[in-house]
Design a protein around this ligand. Structure first.
Ligand SMILES: *Cc1c(COP(=O)(O)O)cnc(C)c1O
Length: 218
């Protein structure tokens, strides 16, 4: 695959869904990828990237930002409250707000840094025990708590169970967002981003289809 192929698949999926091309933002997931590989994509024009670990992003992105100041970095992993200060300093969007304690820590830190980043609430649509995300039934309460904290909630994000057909999860996330009046949906990865676009994804998070296999650290 590669950037041109993924972009043309996104455009085709938009066309099929009768959506405007350009209504879907490609978040290039660069976890476990080298700076060299990331820079190849930057040279091709990609600017929105996703990382799931604060420390790894801190090792790679400050140098890249010096050359490409318009990089937009999305945090897409499990965020520990003790990493919130670094995360707010480095990232532009936090996609994984999934509990009140984290919402409170983020609100406090964004206030301190005067940096009111757009956030997504991560929903555990498959109700998997080991996975992050708020259970669908607990979403309204968490959303209200975030509003009370003046967090800038732009939309919802999900990672469907690996062995499920993703359609029902994407449809559920779109329904939940609609009920709360939220417009943005971060859903779909390398294997299923076209399906996600059919269900209204505004952000697709694509790693291996862009970069090839990850060099996962032991
Ligand atoms: C790794 C990851 C992705 C990208 O997965 P691919 O299958 O490589 O496209 C997307 N979203 C999240 C949250 C991830 O951790």
């Amino acid at each position: 695959m590669g950037l041109a192929d993924v972009q043309s698949d996104i455009d085709a999926a938009c066309k099929t869904a009768r959506r405007k091309s350009g209504s879907v933002t490609l978040v290039a997931v660069s976890k476990f990828q080298t700076i060299e590989k990331i820079e190849e994509l930057l040279k091709e024009g990609q600017r929105v990237f996703g990382e799931n670990r604060v420390q790894e992003a801190e090792e790679k992105y400050p140098a890249l930002r010096e050359k490409y100041p318009d990089i937009q970095l999305h945090f897409i992993g499990h965020l520990q409250t003790n990493k919130v200060r670094s995360a707010v300093a480095l990232f532009d969007v936090i996609e994984t707000v999934d509990r009140q304690e984290l919402a409170e820590a983020l609100a406090k830190e964004m206030d301190r840094q005067a940096s009111f980043l757009p956030c997504f609430i991560q929903v555990n649509t498959g109700e998997e025990e080991q996975k992050g995300g708020v259970a669908p039934r607990d979403l309204p309460a968490l959303y209200q708590a975030c509003k009370g904290l003046k967090l800038n909630i732009a939309g919802l994000m999900c990672i469907p169970p690996a062995d499920d057909i993703p359609d029902l999860h994407f449809a559920l996330l779109a329904k939940l967002a609609g009920e709360l009046g939220l417009k943005q949906l971060s859903m779909g990865m390398s294997a299923d981003f076209q399906t996600a676009i059919k269900y209204g994804a505004t952000h697709v998070r694509v790693g291996t289809a862009l970069f090839g296999a990850r060099q996962e650290a032991a």
